[in-house]
Design a protein around this ligand. Sequence first.
Ligand code: LLP
Length: 387
Amino acid sequence: MLSPDLLHEAADRFGTPLYVYDAAELDAALGRVMAAFGEARVFFAVKANSNLGVLRRVADAGLGFDCVSYGELCRAEFLGVPGERVISNGPAKSQEEYDLGARLGVTFIVDRVDEVGLLPPRSRALVRVNPALQISTHDHLATGSAASKFGVTPEQVPGVLGALRDGGHRALGLHVHIGSAIRDAQDFTAAYERLSELRGQTGPLEVFDAGGGWGLGADLAGIAREARHAAAVFDAQLWVEPGRYLVAQAGVLLTQVIGTKCTGRNFCLVDAGMTELIRPMMYGAAHPLTPLWQREPVEAWDVAGPACESGDLLARGVPLPQPRRGDLLVVGEAGAYGAAMSSQYLTRSRPAEVLFGNGEWRVLRRRETPEDIWQAELPGRFSPHER
Ligand code: LLP
């Protein structure tokens, strides 16, 4: 994490709430992944942090992009990332995604049997397999369980590969992504084993895409070993798609104390909440909180945001020194799915995003204005593709 002095400086210069990224931390995570997955092709899951400044840095490090929407593909195109380095993923792709994907020459991940007929002519494709396992993560984050909407069943794989080839496509291989924030490497082992069992029916393949999902603090070397092993079973090249692991620890959300209220519970009211960081409310995620002040006494506080919703709590019962208006609180591990999931609910401007690197600050996204938010609602300013 950046020093308290630097964080104070950022708050003074750019205001709060503010997303602050540390270039050194981002480069360190990129380095760890490249070291563990040296020979693999690494596609950054753009959804985790789609800021152009972050994406440019990731692309410059040689990574490709895993995109799950038309907009994310547009970002890849805008940055000039070549199609061989782009994957188009998702359970219900739009026609726009197929069209742009075809123009860029991306690899499509086929997520269901009837998607084969929708692919543009002569597509490069992988088949996403759902191994239907118990996954050790929050229910909303499990994608490789029987109850999740993703992928085809292992039994459907030979048929889909055959249909791809019959349709004149290039069936590159298999894809599996079992969920997100997974700590237990055993889950990956089980998934890769389930897919390896298909080798007898598929024969050798060009690509084995082992997905992402690595929790912070997961055993990266162990996961890499298992993924490499599975790729070898198919004589395939290994691809991976990490999101969180690459960016989470490089970012914090900086928020300022607005005031306090003690009504049986102690509320520390801050200027960021569910609109800036929805993960605590949506997944019960516990983001580490670091107060940048010291004072007595230290008590348990509920940290609440400004939204008109009781669920707008960043954390409950956290020990904090007595807060005062203007104090700064650092919400850690916010570089992934933080800014990317922020919303304009309540016509709240999404925060600015800044990066510190080489001794200087760069604004990667200015703070929105209310006018930015209602821009698309003004008569006469509708896009030519009004639909
Ligand atoms: N590949 C595919 C096909 C995915 O669906 C995902 C994430 C990833 C890769 C990257 O997973 P990661 O390495 O970041 O775990 N909004 C949630 C996370 C949802 C992840 C969805 N898919 C959160 O805030 O925790």
